[in-house]
Design a binder for this molecule. Sequence first.
Ligand code: IPM
Ligand code: MG
Length: 368
Amino acid sequence: MTFSLLLLPGDGIGPEVVAEAKKVLAWFQANRGLDVTTSEDLLGGASIDAHGVPLTDAALARARAADAVLMGAVGGPKWVGQSYDKRPEAGLLGLRKELELFANLRPAICFPALADASSLKRQFVEGLDLLFVRELTGGVYFGTPRGIETLANGERRGVNTQVYTTSEIHRVARVAFELAAKRRGKVTSAEKSNVMESGLLWKEEVSALHAAEYAAIQLDHMLADNCAMQLVKNPKQFDVILTDNLFGDLLSDEAAMLTGSLGMLPSASLGAKDPATGKQAALYEPIHGSAPDIAGQGLANPCATILSLAMCLRFSFNRGDDADLLERAVSATLDAGIRTGDVFAEGCTRVGTAGMGDAIIATLDKLK
Ligand code: IPM
Ligand code: MG
């Protein structure tokens, strides 16, 4: 079976890190019989510069038709100050919304070699393996009314709306419970039910679904602020953390840093599986941003993007063995002391973006 992959390098360091993922993909095509055709398009600021919009209809149609999409990053200072619909981020949000990618999986795994790169002591992060399931197409990111208005008295007023429905909560909670069943069987659901109705509804609906269908899974509820605290106090208590769109954005950045660097964390954004065809829309992306401060210098860590490709192999291309192999290769390359600047430590060999990609490929050659 031939799979199709659409590459959307985007802005800033996006093209640099996606270039390394492409090299890794080529390795799997050459050495493991992976049958994938790739195509490429613009997203975010790059698309604004070329077409005036952050996501063209043509790019969206290509994303819809592909088996999977691999994205780099979007955004940068060049496009700040535009209205939200004309910003690079709107391209990514549009893609998530249009493809209905409601479940964002963000694993925070601490590679053994990087336990000392974490801002926490080794004992707290060594062996860390938690998974965020972040709701991605609802909540305050998309709720209406939204906007900035000028009141009669001349004051300005900014409005965003946090909103969730039962079905939106259930479908993402279901993903969390099912993934927990294949892991350590525990889900922690984070919200602010102490102050927000939408948080209370979240808590009640997650509980109801749990009682009806997933009673074998351990479910804990935690206020999102407490969750932020517990993540730095004792992160290994968590297995799967289920959150809404905004809290998931915040908490997953926090967890990323526990693992040593934002440059290490991949993600998969998945839609519902079509019951007839089995097709599932999927977008893979590193959780880091476009890092304009280091863009174009060959300094960015490509690991998050390469690990996103591993998630693509596992979830979209049905190649769990290849995904395992790639993850082992990244880990072994770090073990060998080959590091980009963000995770550099005394005694290691410092490499740039391409050097890291090449080193991972060299490790793949040895491991295969
Ligand atoms: C993320 C990013 C995005 C988000 C931005 C780029 C729109 O921070 O994927 O975490 O807020 O979801
Ligand atoms: Mg974020």
